[in-house]
Write a protein that binds this ligand. Sequence first.
Ligand code: CA2
Length: 170
Amino acid sequence: MPAGVPVVSAVLPPTLGSMPTILILNGPNLNLLGTREPEVYGADTLDDIVGELRTLAAERGYEIDAVQSNVEGELVDALHAARSNAAGVVFNPGAYTHTSIALRDAISAIELPVVETHLSNVHAREEFRHTSMLTAVCLGVVGGFGRTSYRLALDALISHLDGRSVSGTG
Ligand code: CA2
């Protein structure tokens, strides 16, 4: 080792420098984004959307963990795991939004801020999409803006986590 060259990495604790994590959680059929029904859900793939969120989150000091599942119980498991791995969750529960008491109970149980997120404006669609089992236990809900919904949800969640809440109640 040449004299005068400081060895910084050898003295840093392993966690120093690591960023808090936000989970981007997506439910059933969202793996099909960009391949079917672009007129309803847009032409971007889920990887495109998550990639953009990774960049935006990193600029604000967060890293992204992304999970998609078509299985309700796996979404419950991902929420449970977030309790120890993540500071908050951007969650598009897909059609489980309208049916799942199990996801509602999981969101309540983990006591993390969860932002319910939708590509489409569910209130402008069929009546069965007008009810969410989840909104009441979420920090907030964003929908109707296509992939921009995810950006808005991430922005609101980070503002909340950083103590600059955009809502009157958060
Ligand atoms: O607007 C949203 O993000 C939804 O969560 C999407 C769900 C729908 O059941 C909710 O009511 C609103 C459906 C996701 C289906 O995703 C597809 C993507 C590409 C092609 C076909 C389905």
